[in-house]
Design a protein around this ligand. Structure first.
Ligand code: MN
Length: 200
């Protein structure tokens, strides 16, 4: 892992203005974590982040994850975020990068589904290869998921897919039926209002 993998993240942000973490603190847990943050920015999207070594590898998923294995969700690879971003919920002020409200929509630990194979493949390698398979243990999202890269260079896009396993359920639509924060129980409007009230 390059020591400057958070350079792009830090360059985009003024930590005197945004409440987002600078990533100065390092924290390593036994089980790698994943987090899905609902981000009401200029375009509403869900940021899907996986702990890989000491950073959160990140994708912006406009429609969020699906529990239906027949659905493919577009995912755009974004810059690495610091580990403590997994706890971040709040408002990024106007004029700052990603201005808008962030809600911790789901969180949990995950497993690399290629770690028990004869030739185990680390997640960092799977990302490089454009084919990642993981098992998520979240409160809303669970089971096998795959992230698959299509195209290359500037045209590279990723797809987030639910694998067909016992956690697959085409009838569930958690992004609309379970919109609240798993961290605070708040709706996105409540976070926006409460953070605004703090500043007044
Ligand atoms: Mn975002």
């Amino acid at each position: 892992m390059a020591p400057n993998s958070l350079e792009e993240y830090r360059k985009k942000r003024d930590f005197g203005r945004t409440p987002e973490p600078s990533g100065a603190e390092r924290r390593l847990s036994e089980q790698p974590v994943f987090v899905i943050q609902k981000h009401d920015a200029s375009n509403l999207h869900y940021d899907f982040r996986l702990q890989v070594d000491d950073v959160l590898k990140s994708w912006a998923v406009p429609k969020g994850p699906s529990a239906d294995p027949s659905v493919k969700r577009l995912a755009i690879h974004t810059e690495d975020h610091p580990l403590d971003y997994a706890d971040f919920e709040g408002v990024i002020p106007e004029g700052e990068y990603g201005a808008g409200t962030v809600l911790v929509w789901d969180r949990g630990s995950y497993r690399n589904l290629k770690q028990d194979e004869e030739e185990p493949k680390p997640i960092s390698q799977q990302i490089e290869d454009g084919h990642v398979t993981i098992w998520l243990d979240g409160q809303k999202i669970a089971g096998g998921y795959a992230l698959i890269r299509t195209g290359s260079g500037d045209d590279a896009r990723w797809l987030l897919l639910k694998m067909d396993d016992e956690k697959a359920d085409a009838r569930r639509n958690p992004t609309s039926t379970e919109p609240k924060s798993v961290l605070s129980g708040r709706a996105i409007e409540e976070i926006a209002q409460q953070e605004k009230a703090k500043d007044e």
